[in-house]
Ligand binder design. Structure first.
Ligand SMILES: Cc1cc2nc3c(=O)[nH]c(=O)nc-3n(C[C@H](O)[C@H](O)[C@H](O)COP(=O)(O)OP(=O)(O)OC[C@H]3O[C@@H](n4cnc5c(N)ncnc54)[C@H](O)[C@@H]3O)c2cc1C
Length: 450
C-alpha cells in the first residue's frame, strides 16, 4: 500500500462523487476522487435535465458563471400520451422559471461532468482519471482503502462509493448482489444536431429557453417506461427506456423502440433534417426504496445510482446523487472531527438523508411501479382508448353531441381491459381502504373545526 493515506477516497466522478469530493475538500480533508473514464463524463449518460436547487446548494448561483455548461433554461414541461397516429398532451409553461432561473436546465453530461470535476479540483481534491477501482481493502474487518485494476493500493479512513448503477464497490462491501432485471431499466438515447433557430422555431421557444417532452403510451408497446425529448442549444436529446425485465419478456430490441419513436408521425416532424451526433445506452436503477442497500458500513458509504437513489416517475436521479454526495461528504467531515469511522457513527449519513427529500421521496414512491405493473391495462389499453376518446370529442361529424357522448361512454365501458381494471380496483381490500381514508379525512376535517 502506498505510504500516503487520504482522509477520504471517492470512487466515481459523476454527480454523486464530485459533490462528495467538493464537500470534503472544502473542509480541508485530503480527498482523492477516482474516475475510470479517460475524463469525467466520458461514458456517462443522462437525458439530461439538471435541477438547479441541488447544485446551487453546493456551488451557489452556477448559472451566472461564464463557463457554466448549461444548454437551455427549461421554461416549459410537457407530457404526451401517444397512440399509433395521435397524441393527447398536457404541459406547463411559466415565466417564473425564466425570471428566477431556479428550476432546471438541459445539459450534456460530457461537458457538465468535466466542468463539475474541475470545481472539486479547485476546492483541493485530487482527481485521478483512467483509474478503475476493482476491490476494497480491509484491515481487521474494516474498509480502509481501495485496490485498482493495476493492482495499486490506496489507503483512506473512509471510502465513498459513487460508482453508478453497476456498483462493484457496493458488491465488494457485501451490501448488494447484482441487480435483478426488474430492479433496473435500460434506456437508449441519441443526440441529434439541429440549428438553434430551427429548435426555437419548431418548439416555439425564446432564445436560450428550452422544453422537455415526456412521452407515454403505444411507443413502449405495453412495457413499463417512457420516451423523452429535450432541447439543447443546438441539438435535441431523444431517448426511450423500459424495465429490463419487460425487454426480456417481450424480446423487443431497445434500439428498435427508439427507431419507432423517431418515426412516429408526431415526433418525426420535430427531428426532421437533424443529424445524429451520438448514440448511447445505459441502465437506470429503478428498484427504488425496496432495493436500496444498507447505506454504510465500517469505513464505507454508498450514494447515488450505486444505492438505487432514483425517482423515475419524476425523472429525478442526478439531484438525488448530488444531495446524497453532499450528505456523505458532511458525514465524513463529522467522522474526521470525532476520529470515528465506525458503521455506528457513519449512520449519521442515513439520518441526514432522512432530513432531506431523498429518503422521504424514495419511501413514498416505493410501490408505484409495482402498482402499475399489476395493472397492465394502464400500459396496453388505456393510452389508445384515451386517444380515441379525444379524437371523437374533437371530431365534428354531424352526430348530435348526446349520441357522440353515449358512444364514447359505451366504448369505454365495453372495453374488456377497462372492465378488468375497474373490477380489480373494486375489491374488498380497496373498498375498506377507501372507507378508512374517508373516515380519517372526515375526523381530521371535524378536528379542524369543519
Ligand atoms: C437515459 C437516461 C436519462 C436520464 N435522465 C435524467 C434526467 O433528465 N434528470 C436526472 O436528474 N436524472 C436522469 N437520469 C439519471 C441520472 O443520470 C443518474 O441518476 C445520475 O447520473 C447518478 O449519478 P451518480 O454519480 O450516482 O452515477 P453516474 O453518473 O453513473 O457516475 C458514476 C461514475 O463512476 C465511474 N465509475 C464506475 N465504476 C467505477 C470504478 N470501478 N472505478 C472508477 N470509476 C468508476 C463512472 O465512470 C461514472 O463517472 C437519467 C439516466 C439515464 C440513463
Amino acid at each position: 500500500m502506498a505510504d500516503e493515506k487520504f482522509d477520504c477516497i471517492i470512487v466515481g466522478a459523476g454527480p454523486a462523487g464530485t459533490s462528495a469530493a467538493i464537500t470534503c475538500a472544502r473542509a480541508g480533508l485530503s480527498t482523492l476522487l477516482l474516475e475510470r473514464g479517460e475524463y469525467p463524463g466520458a461514458k456517462n449518460v443522462q437525458g439530461a435535465i439538471l435541477y438547479s436547487k441541488m447544485l446551487a446548494d453546493i456551488l451557489g448561483e452556477f448559472w451566472n458563471e461564464p463557463d457554466s455548461p448549461i444548454e437551455r433554461l427549461i421554461t416549459e414541461q410537457k407530457m404526451m400520451l401517444l397512440s399509433k397516429d395521435s397524441a393527447l398532451f398536457g404541459g406547463f409553461k411559466s415565466d417564473r422559471w425564466r425570471k428566477d432561473q431556479q428550476n432546471c436546465y438541459s445539459i450534456i453530461r460530457v461537458a457538465f461532468d468535466r466542468w463539475y470535476a474541475k470545481k472539486a479540483e479547485a476546492a483541493g481534491a485530487e482527481l485521478y482519471t483512467g483509474v478503475t477501482v476493482s476491490d476494497l481493502i480491509r484491515k481487521n474487518g474494516k474498509i480502509c482503502g481501495v485496490r485498482t485494476s493495476e493492482n495499486d493500493e490506496l489507503a483512506a479512513d473512509v471510502v465513498i462509493a459513487c460508482d453508478g448503477v453497476n456498483s462493484i464497490l457496493a458488491q465488494k462491501a457485501g451490501l448488494i448482489d447484482e441487480w435483478r432485471s426488474d430492479e433496473v431499466a435500460l434506456a437508449v438515447k441519441e443526440v441529434l444536431a439541429l440549428p438553434k433557430e430551427k429548435i426555437e422555431d419548431r418548439f416555439n421557444l425564446e432564445k436560450n429557453e428550452g422544453t422537455t417532452i415526456e412521452m407515454f403510451g403505444q411507443i413502449t408497446q405495453g412495457m413499463l417506461g417512457y420516451g423523452f425529448l429535450y432541447t439543447n442549444k443546438e441539438s435535441l436529446s431523444i431517448g426511450i427506456g423500459c424495465k429490463v425485465s419487460h425487454f426480456q419478456k417481450t424480446g423487443i430490441p431497445p434500439y428498435d423502440l427508439l427507431e419507432q419513436l423517431k418515426a412516429h408521425p408526431i415526433v418525426r416532424k420535430w427531428i426532421d433534417g437533424s443529424k445524429s451526433l451520438e448514440y448511447s445506452a445505459h441502465l437506470i436503477p429503478e428498484g427504488g426504496y425496496k432495493s436500496m442497500p444498507p447505506l454504510y458500513t465500517d469505513g464505507f458509504l454508498v450514494g447515488g445510482d450505486a444505492a438505487q437513489m432514483v425517482n423515475p416517475s419524476h425523472r429525478e436521479g442526478s439531484n438525488f446523487a448530488m444531495t446524497a454526495g453532499k450528505a456523505a461528504g458532511e458525514t465524513v467531515i463529522a467522522a474526521k472531527k470525532e476520529g470515528n469511522y465506525s458503521a455506528k457513527f457513519l449512520s449519521l449519513y442515513q439520518k441526514k438523508l432522512k432530513e432531506t427529500y431523498v429518503l422521504p421521496d424514495l419511501f413514498d414512491h416505493k410501490d408505484l411501479e409495482e402498482k402499475i405493473e399489476s395493472r397492465p391495462e394502464l400500459l396496453n389499453v388505456l393510452p389508445d382508448l384515451l386517444c380515441q376518446t379525444a379524437f371523437d370529442y374533437f371530431q365534428v361529424d354531424g352526430r348530435p353531441k348526446r349520441d357522440l357522448q353515449s358512444a364514447i361512454i359505451k366504448r369505454i365501458f365495453r372495453n374488456k381491459g377497462v372492465r378488468h381494471l375497474i373490477k380489480s380496483e373494486l375489491n374488498i381490500q380497496n373498498a375498506l381502504l377507501l372507507l378508512k381514508q374517508g373516515i380519517k379525512g372526515a375526523l381530521k376535517y371535524k378536528s379542524l373545526g369543519g
